[in-house]
Write a protein that binds this ligand. Sequence first.
Ligand code: BGC
Length: 750
Amino acid sequence: MKPFPISNARSAILLLALASPLASAATAPSVPERIETLLRQMTLDEMVGQLTQYSGNWNATGPVMFKGNLKQDIRDGRVGSMLNVHGASSTRQYQEVAMQSRLKIPMLFAQDVIHGYKTTFPIPLAEAASWDLAAIERSARIAATEAAASGLHWTFAPMVDIARDPRWGRVMEGAGEDTYLGSKIAFARVKGFQGRQLGDTDAVMATAKHFAAYGAAVGGRDYNSVDMSERMLWETYLPPFKAALDAGAATFMNSFNDLNGIPASGSKYLQRDILKGQWGFTGIVVSDWGSIGEMVAHGYARDNRGAALAAITAGSDMDMESNAYRGNLAQLVADNKVPLALLDDAVRRVLRKKFELGLFDDPYRFSDPQREQTALNNPVHRQAARDMATKSIVLLKNSAKLLPLSKDLKTIAFIGPLVQAHKDNLGGWAVTLPGVDYSTFVVSQWDGLKNRLGSGTRLLYAKGSEIEGDDRSGFAQALEVARQADLVIVSVGERWNMSGEARSRASLRLPGVQEELVKALQASGKPLVVLLNAGRPLVFNWIAENVPTILYTWWLGSEAGNAIADVLTGDVNPSAKLTISFPRSEGQIPIYYNSFNTGRPGPSGVSSGYVSGYIDLAGTPQYPFGFGLSYTEFAYSDLKIDKSQLRGNDRLNVSFQLRNSGNYAGEEVVQLYLRDKTASVVRPLRELKDFAKIRLEPGQTRTVQFQIDREKLSFYNAQLQWAAEPGDFELMVGASAADIRLRTNFELTP
Ligand code: BGC
């Protein structure tokens, strides 16, 4: 469409503004004034340009819609932002083109920097298992430092979707199933990405995504519909978004799913009423990839024009790759279908962020090749990735006390398709930069252990099998290698692209013949340690029941091999705990700890009689939320509360003793749960309300303290108002949601 200037009234205001004393005064105009001045000079096409985001194609996660002359479009002011452009020199080149446009408005460069940029950290679900908010924030901080030095202004992270369905491949990107923990982690990640303040050259804008309820896709099928009660939405799915907002998240991304019949990109309720209205969000709402255009496929809009109308009306500010705003929005305004004020508001939001980032002062300030070099090769970042990876490894079983590995072992067999892998330690969301040799940049499990053990221990290798397929021809060699060893470590799991976007799985079993390989090695009679590498909870009952030693090693990133060696050898005592329940069978899904008691609570075992459960399977998960072992043990005792009745805004002081009763220094994640026994709506059996990660030397005891305030007792009552109701509460302190060590009761009085 031919650019045309906006109404005469607007031009008149502009002339007035330029002639006003403000414009000529010595004092520099404020940012809002500069925004208004700019806005008044913009043609409709230029305004729509600010709301249009194109992909540089690299790493595209959907169909690329724009096939025209990208540079010409940028020069014409039709592109406000690009994703999938990275590197100080590439971003500079594109920005130079933007500087040739009439109004010289800089572009925003965005990328999915999900768990590290060049230095890959563990996948977010693994990091969450650390329960270490400072370390999680630091991980995001380092990712931002590297990304910002590489010309990026914006990351599409954190994903704060609560996820209770491990069939959904994107469980790997979030913090797990719990809203309280998920909110804390959302806050930490936003803080980490955005640093001290936007505008610093080591800070990138964070994106709270995917707004909203994307994690509840029916059947765990990615992009699928979501149908849930208002209560569930407010109580379980929205709080992490609110926490991200409270942490200052500069942007939000809407989601692919329809929620109760309305596609999120077209949901006025989500975007205008809740986010921009009730929550007062002043940043940018970006669509998900093509999600505006997809409203046609949803059956919510007739064509791209209808989709653009629905999206801008609903409050989606920027169109990522749908080509819906570009082709239609200006005409919709010209046709009086969309009030100009809506565009004004969306454009203001975009310009404001560009000002905050300092791009109007220097559009190239993030594109500095020298800073890029330093930031991308900083050994401190690698060390942090290693620390984070050790904190993310979950010890699921150590019943034969095979770990930490005995120093007397002469020969160890390290077997499995993941042992010498590189990319499989990274997962599908890792940024893989051209020019980086990941076969040396990622420390394989083999290299990590070999380097750590040195020449004193013989390390033997056999692949055993591939990750997928039914080829068992490698078993014989694996068994032969095992026969020569004092102990066998077998590393099995998912390939890097088996979890992630569009990676829903109906079966969560180990792919291929890997479980058979483990069975064969177990049958060899050698002491066996299993490493399970995956982007989600897998179902591995036979291993859980028969193999004495299991470490869940997820996808741990660049330093995977070193971190695994640190934990195997006991240089680091594992301290991670699961933040998502591990089912015994796909048939149990969704299974999560904070369910209701029901009128007929089922047994933990197989169900018989008219109660809630399965007649062919236990009602409990294989591993519960909050579960993870250590090489040492912890004893909990002396639970005290300072009152048994609370009134008004009283606070309840809680304390107990935690003792390291084992032989190794270690860290314990202690968890505080509450149950509201009777309320105007039924409440979960237990809800996480606080936690602490405590380090203790062997024999050391510490008093752990928590405080319960009214906020922690509150929930959405029968009227969907956030309130605490008088009545009885049970307070539980435990090592997991299923391992409650201490309990007491108190009352909230009217
Ligand atoms: C994903 C988003 C991502 C975007 C850009 C989409 O397919 O759902 O999470 O940020 O692609 O790559």
